[in-house]
Design a protein around this ligand. Structure first.
Ligand code: GYE
Length: 325
């Protein structure tokens, strides 16, 4: 607990310092402590997201206790329990999977600590009672954008039979479920498309490499037309394997990816990826604004989705808006 107290003190001091740099934070915020349970550090997206939450807490002058769960649900549960024991003012948490949170979130509720979900959602019969607000992407819309791109591309190239392999994210996570559902719902009625396989790469670059190797062994280079990958890390891993095998990404096999990190957007501009569906990791500011409103007793919106779009080889890629994070 002493370690935690030191961390909070350091965070509060950093908050005051960085708060001074931008706008002066409300002095009352110094007394507010936010417990942030991050799920891991599996991708550039996640690392940028952690930074965004930490920077925003600093800007607002809140004390922040961050716990990184290294991809383990049990560690997130432990972190939330430690925040409850510490009696933080607000718990901010990014659930690695959707299910299995009822007990710990009920404990937070009993302790009267509001919970703001960031990035990912929970699924439970009582979900509505277990959190105060959600800030994160509309993953279903992202999946739809991926599907809409593919339809446009198939029209433009007059493709007739399109064999798609999906490399999906962490099973039972919101982005995995909804990016899949949105994509399938969009291409579903169109007889040109066939999903030949769907395997999980857990949002990791190394597993993206493994998945691509497996798919090439199983279907051969001429047996796959499109890879739909649920994040850039896995796509960049798959891209390396394609190039190592002398296969031209974005030409021999089309690549559709989600996130929009700089490396992927550069690859799109270089003609090595076909479509990047945006998903912003910059959620910290909105989350801390909600924390501030909550502490001030104001009503806060239950769901906030950032504005997002998609970039592709069918667009003008010289537009300065085409930029990664
Ligand atoms: O797309 C991926 C990360 O939940 C939106 O998690 C997030 C996803 C993101 O590991 O890169």
């Amino acid at each position: 607990m002493r370690k935690c107290a030191m961390a909070v003190l350091a965070a509060v001091l950093m908050g005051i310092l960085s708060g001074c740099a931008a706008k002066p934070a409300d002095p009352e915020n110094r007394a507010v402590v936010v417990g942030f349970s991050q799920l891991g550090a599996e991708s550039s997206w996640r690392i940028a997201n952690t930074k965004s939450v930490e920077a925003a807490a600093g800007q607002y002058g809140f004390g922040l206790m961050t716990e990184n769960a290294n991809q383990k649900q049990e560690k997130q549960i432990d972190a939330i329990r430690s925040f409850i024991a510490y009696q933080v003012d607000v718990i901010v948490f990014s659930p690695i999977v959707e299910t299995g949170w009822d007990n710990v979130l009920n404990e937070a509720k009993q302790a009267n600590i509001p919970v703001i979900l960031v990035d990912r959602m929970i699924a439970s019969e009582n979900a509505d009672d277990l959190y105060t607000a959600y800030v994160g992407a509309d993953f279903y819309a992202e999946g739809c954008r991926a599907g809409e791109y593919l339809i446009r591309k198939a029209d433009a190239e007059r493709m007739e039979h399109v064999r798609i392999a999906e490399i999906s994210g962490t099973p039972d996570s919101t982005p995995m479920r909804d990016r899949q559902r949105g994509f399938l719902d969009t291409i579903g009625e169109d007889g040109r498309f066939e999903i030949i396989d769907s395997i999980s790469g857990d949002f990791l670059r190394s597993k993206g490499e493994e998945c691509m190797t497996f798919l090439l062994e199983k279907y051969g280079r001429d047996g796959i037309d499109v890879i739909y990958s649920h994040n850039d890390s896995m796509t960049l891993g798959a891209l390396d394997i394609l190039e190592k095998n002398g296969i031209q990404p974005a030409k021999d096999i089309l690549l559709i990816t989600v996130d929009g990190e700089r490396e992927a957007v550069e690859a799109l501009k270089a003609g090595r990826i076909n479509c990047v569906v945006q998903c912003t990791p910059e959620l910290g500011d909105e989350v801390m604004r909600l924390v501030q409103d909550l502490k001030a007793g104001r009503e806060i919106p239950r769901v906030t989705h950032p504005k997002e779009g998609a970039f592709s080889d069918l667009d003008d890629l010289t537009d300065p808006a085409v930029e990664g994070f």
